[in-house]
Ligand binder design. Structure first.
Ligand code: HEM
Length: 483
């Protein structure tokens, strides 16, 4: 006998009489359309999927907290960083970039590193990667770039011709390509990698004074990577290896943690620094702007439900709080549009009201209605602004810190075209063994490219970063370094 508590019901709450046999006209007759429980079950099942993320579709998430370890309130008024010892709950989602929702975890790809801080002044999302730079530096190139990482429209296969054609024609990608092809391209687990905000952001203090800031999450587990052979074996044996590792570690009480550090640059330095500090293909020298520790992130709770918490989580670089603002980084600016738009399409106009996305602080907007409005929709409270009925009002002290703009409106690139110094420095920093593995990986990845012209164009970029780098890859491919 079922008790009241475990009584199976329909989605409208009525007890279900039979969940094993559909209603038929006689034992051998056709199924009756009046079996609405059956119809509802089949129809709901057909709607179980929401569109997967167009990038970063495969991911794993966990809950945790952030604790401030150093007072940086002279740089930001963000309540998240208000005092040493303050804890803020958060949710993290790690992901691969190019693969589909069911693709293997242990592939060579950057890893997404998205953090949602539930601060007491609204949510703050830091939607970064496990690398400090990116392949391109203007949002206008993003759809083309991602097309090259996805499947060919005819064969539905991954296409190395497109990958290397695009990279060789976009030399700003060289730094990220070098990182991706290095040992760090395949992390051992999601716990054994650093995280980066990658872009330059702006912090503003309570006096309205701003600084430029870059974020670094340093793994306390140490950086560990997989060799391509082990990674390939794991991709075959256990495509969910990283997902499983994260879940098991947390379930066993082995909570992964990262130190959060920042680099701080005075606003005026951006005018004189040796390259454009808003260019996301470059790192700031840590000699010029040393890392300053600000806190610690700990992941200590697994999601109860993957779909509700991980799939429906919506992170956006535009989800900002007072004290944290954006920079003129041309990639970041484009991302401010792309994510909210993706969320409204993928999850719906009211995605922010879902439990995983809902701020823990009070939400008082004049937004009403829309599909799947699942809260009280503002009840009978005043639904427009300004009003004479005591509705929520703006807080002038939360306005953005004003900044100057100048120049003519135009399609202009960054004026700094040295795509080679930083990847070359990185190459020169590697040990001989690391260089050998880097070259082997690149040669292996470029071999299937059909066009020698593409290969030679790319070899030219490696050569410009460091002649040895270019020569070794040319040799591996049986080609010469171009003039
Ligand atoms: C996910 C666009 C660059 C990190 C996404 C999604 C879109 C997108 C549409 C799916 C969002 C969703 O459905 O919830 C773009 C555009 C970019 C860009 C247009 C360049 C203009 C970057 C960069 C980084 C990054 C530079 C890292 C520094 C991520 C991460 C996710 C993501 C971590 C997954 C978030 C999650 O776990 O839900 N991106 N992206 N993206 N992107 Fe980007």
């Amino acid at each position: 006998m079922s008790t009241e508590k475990n009584k199976l019901t329909t989605s409208w709450g009525a007890p279900v009489g039979d969940n094993q046999n559909s209603i038929t006209a006689g034992a051998r007759g056709p199924t009756l359309i009046q079996d609405v429980h059956l119809l509802e079950k089949l129809a709901h099942f057909n709607r179980e999927r929401v569109p997967e993320r167009v990038v970063h579709a495969k991911g794993a998430g966990a809950h945790g907290y952030f604790e401030v370890t150093q007072d940086l309130t002279k740089y930001t008024k963000a309540s998240l960083f208000a005092e040493v010892g303050k804890r803020t709950p958060l949710f993290v989602r790690f992901s691969t970039v190019a693969g589909e929702n069911g693709s293997a975890d242990t592939v060579r790809d950057p890893r997404g590193f998205a953090v949602k801080f539930y601060t007491d002044e609204g949510n703050y999302d830091l939607v970064g990667n496990n690398t400090p730079v990116f392949f391109i530096r203007d949002a206008i190139k993003f759809p083309d770039f991602i097309h090259t990482q996805k499947r060919h429209p005819q064969t539905h296969l991954k296409n190395p011709n497109a990958v290397w054609d695009f990279w060789s024609l976009s030399p700003e990608s060289l730094h990220q390509v070098t990182i991706l092809m290095s040992d760090r391209g395949i992390p051992a687990t999601l716990r054994h990698m650093h995280g980066f905000g990658s872009h330059t952001f702006k912090w503003v203090n309570s006096e309205g004074v701003g600084v430029w800031v870059k974020y670094h999450f340093k793994t306390e587990q140490g950086v560990k990577n997989l060799s391509p052979d082990v990674a390939a074996q794991l991709a075959a044996d256990n495509p969910d290896y990283h997902t499983e590792d994260l879940f098991n570690a947390i379930a066993q009480g082995d909570f992964p943690a990262w130190k959060l550090c920042v680099q701080i640059m005075p606003l005026e330095d951006a005018n004189t620094y040796r390259f454009d500090p808003f260019d996301v293909t470059k790192v700031w020298s840590q000699k010029d702007y040393p890392l300053i520790e600000v806190g610690r992130m700990v992941l200590d709770r697994n999601p109860d439900n993957y779909f509700a918490e991980v799939e429906q989580a919506t992170f956006s670089p535009g989800t900002l709080v007072p004290g944290i603002d954006v920079s003129p980084d041309k990639m970041l600016q484009g991302r401010l549009f792309a994510y909210g738009d993706a969320h409204r399409y993928r999850v719906g106009a009211n995605h922010q009201a879902l439990p995983i996305n809902r701020p823990r602080s009070e939400v008082n907007t004049y937004q009403r209605d829309g599909q799947m409005r699942s809260d009280d929709n503002g009840g009978s409270s005043v639904y427009y602004e300004p009003n004479s009925f005591g509705g929520p009002k703006e807080s002038p002290d939360s306005k953005i810190a004003p900044f100057e703009v100048s120049g003519s409106a135009d399609s202009v690139g960054y004026d700094h075209h040295d795509h080679y110094t930083q990847p070359g420095d990185l190459y020169r920093l590697l040990s001989e063994d690391e260089r050998t593995r880097l070259v082997q990986t690149i040669v292996g990845a470029m071999k299937p490219v059909e066009s020698d012209e593409i290969k030679q164009r790319q070899i030219g970029h490696f050569y410009k970063a460091d002649p040895e780098y270019g020569i070794r890859i040319a040799e591996g491919l049986g080609l010469s370094v171009p003039e």
